[in-house]
Design a protein around this ligand. Sequence first.
Ligand code: ADP
Length: 667
Amino acid sequence: MFKKILIANRGEIACRVAATARRMGIKTVAVYSDADAQAKHVQLCDEAVHIGGNAPQDSYLRWERILQAAQDTGAQAVHPGYGFLSENEDFASACAQAGLVFIGPSPASIRAMGLKAQSKRLMEAAGVPLVPGYHGTAQDADVLQSEADRIGYPVLIKASAGGGGKGMRVVEDAASFAQALASCQREAIHSFGDDAVLIEKYVQRPRHIEIQIFGDTHGHCVYLFERDCSVQRRHQKVLEEAPAPGLSPALRERMGAAAVAAAKAVNYVGAGTVEFIVSQTDYDQPESMTFFFMEMNTRLQVEHPVTEAITGLDLVEWQLRVANGEPLPCQQADLRIQGHAIEARICAENPDHQFLPATGHLQVYRKPVCQSFEVGAVRMDDGVREGDTISPFYDSMLAKLIVHGETRAQALAKLDEALAQTHIVGVSNNVQFLRHVVASPSFAQARLDTALIQREEKALFHQEPVGFPLAAACVVAHMLAQEQRLQNDDPWSRRDGWRAFGVATRTFDLAFHDQQHTANLTYAHDGALHLQVEQIAGELRWQQQADTLRIEWAGHRVSAQVFVQDNGEAHVFTPQGATRVKWVDALAHAGEVQEAGGRLSAPMPGKVVSFLVNTGDKVKAGQALAVMEAMKMEHTIAAPVDGEVIELLYAPGDQVAEGAELLKLKP
Ligand code: ADP
């Protein structure tokens, strides 16, 4: 086996490869750009080499520099991960010329499958079913138009060199063809430097089902079953699962055989994926499924962990063994499907704004109890840590959450629970959106096709699973818990006595979706807290256990985690969902302590900075009386009513407890 490999990638996949290498006793070399100097993948590898600037073409795509790094560090092989150089035949050739093993297929296999149109011609010859279409070399607009007319509308125009859904155009009728063609060609030239296109019949209610295959250098090839990746947005995968719901064993076997035939047609070695589009006349009629070859990806896929979950295998280990010249660890007859697995891609993006990618500082990043980079009931593979900055230079995927259960229903329940326990603050993300997709009737009932997200749109976007009043109660309870913690550290604490003589009220100004609201908290004689938010009122009880608050209020019982950002944005996570409440000015109303007898109490534990009035002064309602410092901020205490200052009860510099009486005011 190799002693040392270089991982020519970043993020979660670089970490993933490093984890298996470590387990197998293989040393790893990371490469990194300026922005990634402190990245997780750099930390996880044994050595790391800086390869340039932030833009991929200045670092992760600079293959001469990467090969140099491999030679300088004595690596014997290069793992390309996915994306970047993974499907670059020139890089694969250059590795061989430099005496390094490229952990992937031969340059010839990459080339054969690289262009969609050419690979379709090859597949046709190998007897693999194709979507009716045109994938010829003649590219005149007239020829293309007449081919589209022949195929019959709707058709799909694809960039032959395409990937990632770029350039694809659905055309509904002959009249709109020319314009769609021109726009596809423009995008194709821009993205891939090649404007050749192919045309396919647009499959109605299509499912994306792909087969994982593996070949070795001894002429063996097996398939590791399928993954259903039908849940997509903008032709990109959102959820992936295995096995594909409703796929019959007979059809699985036929698709597996077709995928193996496709791989053998190009002498495939290593991990590869043959993607099929599957048409079905009805969700409830799996026997109506028909499959057609779409393309082959000549690398490890993002979604490979669902296959690992149902087979119990480590595909990176297989890649390393095959690259080392070993035969496949097992034969087709040894492979079995165990249970059901689903993967969710957690991305830094804003689903409610056309999935716009997001950047930022990952202030809070809490994961469910999970495994990483190895099979488990709940597995989270990621390339980021709490505190990291998400830069605009690379992919928006933060993590992959993979669950495995005995049945699909079990896997669904685990996925929902694990997503609920994934708490991210500081970077917009799709965690809540994913929960809505998982809960949608279409997904729950496995009525899968690539239009699922569109169809369920109403239930997926702009959702508020936690209403404002309950969110406000969580934020208030969180603040009280914080104050109590500070106070418990405070030797001056006089918490017990202060309320004995009256009822005090505090007002919290909160904003929810740019709407201003108030929450009123009343301290009763007996120490009970009464909270009113909008029309809802009730006694507020809470208990803190580690980071979690257990809250009871107005008939609600909820456990919540609340994180407040420096800008006052409070992120509330509950099992029902997450939401945000802006704490407008936490203490603007700090002085509005209205008590019988006209006394003024400290709203929270802190230090008296100064008094702005003297004994005997006449003051107006709203006039500033004192300044306190608490939670690293200064707060002004204002007179609740017109009156006369009778007595100052503390001196500047004094430490006071929450509720401590600061001065006596005669209304
Ligand atoms: P890319 O390489 O750009 O990702 P693919 O050819 O893999 O493009 O197709 C991406 C997605 O587009 C598929 O997963 C499927 O949802 C949809 N798609 C592709 N071909 C067809 C087709 N003929 N009919 C309907 N949908 C299709």
